[in-house]
Design a protein around this ligand. Sequence first.
Ligand code: IPE
Ligand code: IPE
Ligand code: MG
Length: 245
Amino acid sequence: MDLKDQIISERIPRHVAIIMDGNGRWAKKYGKPRVFGHRNGVKAVREITETAADLGVECLTLYAFSTENWNRPRLEVNALMSLLVDTLRIEINSLNENNIRLNAIGDLTKLPKRTYETLMEGIEKTKNNDRMMLNLALNYSGRWEIINAVKKIAQDSKNNLIDAENLTDAVFEKYLTTSGIPDPELLIRTSGEYRLSNYLLWQIAYSELYFAPIYWPDFREEDFYKAIIDFQQRERRFGKTSEQL
Ligand code: IPE
Ligand code: IPE
Ligand code: MG
């Protein structure tokens, strides 16, 4: 039986988050510079975006650049930012053809001007699409996001817009960059690393974690199906006992 046929269509995660890792090591394996890996990583982004949309995933959040990634060699950072601009420009039409809405989370105003403007243009041009949201985490880190939320809450509290005494999960969530988006049910990390690298720390409180032992540029449609099938076989208890479910 095809992998795809093993997927239970009624139990597709609404939100899948991915840590696309291993581009540099993939390139090294071929004796090429790291940017060669990033360029090939874009092909995987394209394939997985279409696969997720076809399955009926509502939101796909991809970790594209962390706040810590600024510490990489300047050449690599510049190459990543240029690649992002080029890719967005090329892909906007196909996002529209596929009815996919672009969104971004992170400290976006600190991105280089050209990157920021291209991103905003892409978001604007795809804003009416409603099949799936492609959400790029850019200059993102979970701790930045939480601190940012706390700062805004402190400000609103000072202005009597919120009563900090009554702060709940639901209210706090409204201050996060993912406000309005359900928490990811599934988090995938490629490259064989078992860590979160400051990704969606609040939102993944109850996500199922899936680690693929392959580099991101090698991650194909079938690998995504495998992750979904694995996810569907898990028992999500949320603190309860099996018998209660
Ligand atoms: C992921 O691949 C892409 C980004 C972080 C932008 P890496 O560049 O981290 O590749 P490895 O992990 O060094 O192999
Ligand atoms: C996480 O990958 C960030 C992205 C995929 C954009 P890293 O390669 O930067 O993570 P660490 O440093 O290995 O934890
Ligand atoms: Mg890495």
